[in-house]
Write a protein that binds this ligand. Structure first.
Ligand code: PLP
Length: 407
């Protein structure tokens, strides 16, 4: 996979690669601004999924016939491509159902066996529930660093809480509710100096930031294909090989074993030790196609377009009377969370939907963060590379109408 040197996107041509963007919603043009929940899929990904089921579908790793060979080859080639995208070794890539499952795997198989009474997992106040609850289920105390008024991690508070009881640090790279990009490299270095392992929740990063996990040096990195133009139900756990070797398997079943006997079984090599049962072959192949598609657009062009659109949208939203933006860090991706005086977020969402504008309303699986900002819910417009200024104009016009109706 090589990145093209595009500096500017051909946006109409790029949008045309996403068939769903042509859908009419209540008779209106679709402005899809719910990308932090899930992104739409380009033709390249749809084709990869379709090709797999038309020409290669069979179970992997377990048969000598031609279709099984095709399925296995394509599935393992997807692992190579995903590892190359993340710049790590293929043995360090465990396939999962998504970020949530990846974090649960680490909580159960890495943290739980090491946990002593009173041990803590240090989080931040902007974590997604899937980076809070698995640690609690594993039996750890969860402690969170304070969030500033701009929606950044208070690093002084974070350093203060990084203490002798911290057994693991877990941090979101990009906040789904605020858009904030956290200084994860700096946090990893600080934890490393104390010998504390770090998990990074990369769910919202993969579509927006070039990644080099070798350089980042996190112990664990969790992400989902569907947030980066790939299929739902498929994700990745990156883990340093030494951890994977030392960790016990967590799901038992086919493929994760070397030998099985009634007096005991032995485990397959990594990463297969963590991949029990028939995997999501099409998911892996679709994920690899999505990552290739991202690279083909070029990071420079993606970054310039998404930041340009964020810069276009932010002041237009901010000037709507009664609208308050939540998450105003200078280091953020295209997430615009807001509340409007006198209007419930869900009512706002319904009115926007009538105008063809898809946004998410609610707590975005970040209840502690909502509490921090003193709100029960926000409306959230989140950008992807296919969004354009017309999407933002449609959102702003619909918000003006909503304000007249509700406020
Ligand atoms: N972490 C963050 C920051 C997210 O935004 C999400 C999904 O919204 C998740 C974790 C969970 O991802 P998934 O539902 O794909 O497992």
């Amino acid at each position: 996979m090589s990145e093209t040197s595009n500096a500017v996107l051909n946006l109409p041509a790029l949008r045309a690669q996403f068939p769903i963007l042509a859908e009419r919603i209540h008779g209106q043009r679709l402005a899809y601004l719910d990308n932090a929940a899930t992104t739409q899929k380009p033709e390249a990904v749809l084709r990869a999924l379709d090709n797999y089921y038309r020409h290669a579908n069979s179970n992997v790793h377990r048969a000598v016939h031609e279709l099984a060979a095709r399925a296995t080859t394509q599935y393992e080639a997807a692992r190579d491509r995903i590892a190359a995208f993340l710049k790590v070794a293929r043995e360090e890539i465990v396939f999962t159902r998504g970020t949530t499952e990846s974090i649960n795997l680490v909580a159960r198989s890495f943290l739980q066996p090491r946990l002593q009474p009173g041990d803590e997992v240090l989080l931040t106040g902007m974590e997604h529930h899937s980076n809070i609850v698995p640690w609690q289920l594993a039996g750890a105390r969860t402690v969170a660093a304070r969030i500033t008024d701009d929606g950044e991690v208070d690093l002084e508070d974070w350093h203060r809480k990084l203490g002798p009881r911290t057994r693991l640090v877990a941090v979101v790279q990009v906040s789904n509710s605020l858009g904030t990009i956290n200084p994860v490299a700096q946090m990893i270095r600080a934890a490393r100096e104390r010998g504390i392992p770090v998990l990074v929740d990369g769910a919202q990063a993969v579509a927006h930031l070039p990644l080099d996990l070798r350089e980042l040096d996190a112990d664990f990195y969790a992400c989902s294909a569907h947030k980066a133009y790939g299929p739902t139900g498929f994700g990745v756990l990156y883990a340093k090989r030494e951890h994977l070797e030392a960790m016990p398997p967590w799901h038992g079943g086919g493929d994760m074993i070397r030998t099985v006997a009634f007096d005991g079984s032995t485990w397959n090599e990594v990463p297969y030790k963590f991949e029990a049962g028939t995997p999501d072959m099409a998911g892996a192949i679709g994920c690899a196609a999505a990552l290739e598609w991202i690279e083909a657009q070029g990071w420079t062009a993606i970054h310039a377009h998404e930041q340009g659109l964020l810069d276009y949208a932010t002041p237009r939203l901010a000037e709507i009377p009664g609208l308050r933006l939540i998450g105003t860090s200078a280091h953020k991706v295209g997430v615009l969370s807001f509340v409007m005086e006198g209007a419930h977020a869900h009512d706002l969402g319904s009115i926007l939907d009538q105008h063809g504008v898809a946004v998410r309303t609610g707590h975005h699986c970040t209840m502690p963060l909502m509490e921090r900002f003193g709100v029960a819910a926000t409306a959230r417009a989140s950008l992807a590379v296919y969004n354009d200024r017309q999407d933002i104009d449609q959102l702003v016009q619909a918000l003006h109408k909503a304000r007249r109706l509700l406020a």
